[in-house]
Design a protein around this ligand. Sequence first.
Ligand code: CO
Length: 224
Amino acid sequence: MSQDLKELFESNRRWSQEAQARTPDFFSRLLQQQVPQYLWIGCADSRVPANEILGLLPGDVFVHRNVANVVVHSDLNALSVMQYAIDMLQVRHVMVVGHYGCGGVMAALQNRRIGLADNWIRHVQDVRNKHRPWIDGMPDEEMRMRALCELNVLEQSLNVCETTIVQDAWQRGQQVVVHGWVYGLHNGLLEDLRITAAAVDDVMPAYGSALAALKERFDAEWNN
Ligand code: CO
């Protein structure tokens, strides 16, 4: 690897040429405007790139990523992305996408100190604490880990629904659907955790049924 990362610029040139070979006006069209339909809120993990997983091109998905796909009501960064995506770009769908094997979730579960991020991961520990008796009752760490990855998606999706940005959008009749998904590093597949909400009145029923379905699935797994 060269110090000035020449190989990355070469790879970038190839990508640009290929994109233009496929669609000659590809970049000139994107230059006009972006009209993404989706806002993806995912983990910063290098193995979970939004566009690539969805098979979408530049211009198709607005993206916010952080450690463990956390949505905090005082996080100006995430809120700014959401506000721009929903109010200005008018995205139709917001998906919170967690993934199994998430290092941030694992650190939260195991109280592992990793540095500054401990303070960020506290938010995932809040999720763990909220569901603690159930999680602690599980037979092994691998299952606890998978469960917390999914629970974190549900709680962060709920946080998205409760932001003033989504609440206001729904209030004025704007069509925005919030989703909670989980991604498998082992198979490259997305799974819908069915906390889908499209209106204020959807939120708690969607959360309740998604949580019940999640627990039922894990309970069935360890009672077998
Ligand atoms: Co992660």
